[in-house]
Write a protein that binds this ligand. Structure first.
Ligand SMILES: [Zn+2]
Ligand SMILES: [Zn+2]
Length: 212
């Protein structure tokens, strides 16, 4: 079920929480595009629900990283474009890295996908490479108001670095980079890959990985 999060005349953001690991899939309507940030399991049904209320001409997927819970409905959504960081392809295409192997799902068809570089997203978006959870994990800034952080940052924690491709040092650098951004933009809304929406200010004050 879709939940309306916020927006204005030109922009509307909806959330669908997947039944697989409680992953957050974000539906961003920025006419004439529908961007889906992390199409987790159930996103296909959620998109059909959305089509009842908005006119969707084009579907573009914005992937924070390649883990199964964030890309489960990738193919089902029949996207026009798929944005993924260059260094994350190895994660998505290798089932023991994407963790699809744990579900016995064959992902050979992913090799046929043409991936677009996130830097080619329209001017409403800015990509920030935030490796650590995986090599090509990215956070996406939308209009200076919203930041989609995937599994890099949650309200009260950060993503694990013990999965294949994880790197604690890289994560520490990413946290430092985001700390700088959060100090500049305390009112920034943080839309993470799991758990509640929060603000940059809250994270700087309450998230133990950001307190120094
Ligand atoms: Zn992940
Ligand atoms: Zn996740």
């Amino acid at each position: 079920m879709l939940k309306f999060i916020g927006g204005d005349d030109d922009l509307k953001i909806y959330l669908h929480v997947s039944d697989l690991f409680g992953e957050n899939s974000w539906f961003v309507v920025l006419k004439p595009f529908l961007f889906v940030v992390d199409p987790g399991r159930g996103s296909k049904a959620a998109m059909e629900e959305l089509k009842e209320i908005v006119n969707v001409e084009s579907v573009e997927l914005v992937l924070t990283h390649g883990h199964v819970d964030h890309v489960y409905d990738l193919i089902a959504l029949q996207p026009d474009k798929v944005y993924l960081h260059q260094s994350e392809k190895q994660v998505l295409l290798e089932p023991s890295y994407s963790l699809f192997d744990q579900f016995g799902i064959n992902t050979a068809c992913f090799a046929q996908i043409h991936f677009s570089d996130p830097s080619e997203l329209g001017k409403a978006w800015k990509v920030i490479h935030t490796p650590g959870h995986t090599p090509g994990s990215c956070s996406y800034l939308l209009r200076d108001d919203y930041l989609f952080t995937g599994d890099t940052v949650f309200a009260d924690s950060i993503g694990r670095t013990d999965l294949p491709g994880g790197d604690w040092q890289a994560m520490a650098s990413s946290v430092a980079r985001l700390t700088k951004l959060f100090r500049e933009k305390p009112d920034l809304l943080i839309l993470p890959g799991h758990g509640p929406i929060t603000t940059a200010k809250y994270i700087l004050q309450e998230n133990p990985f950001f307190i120094r």
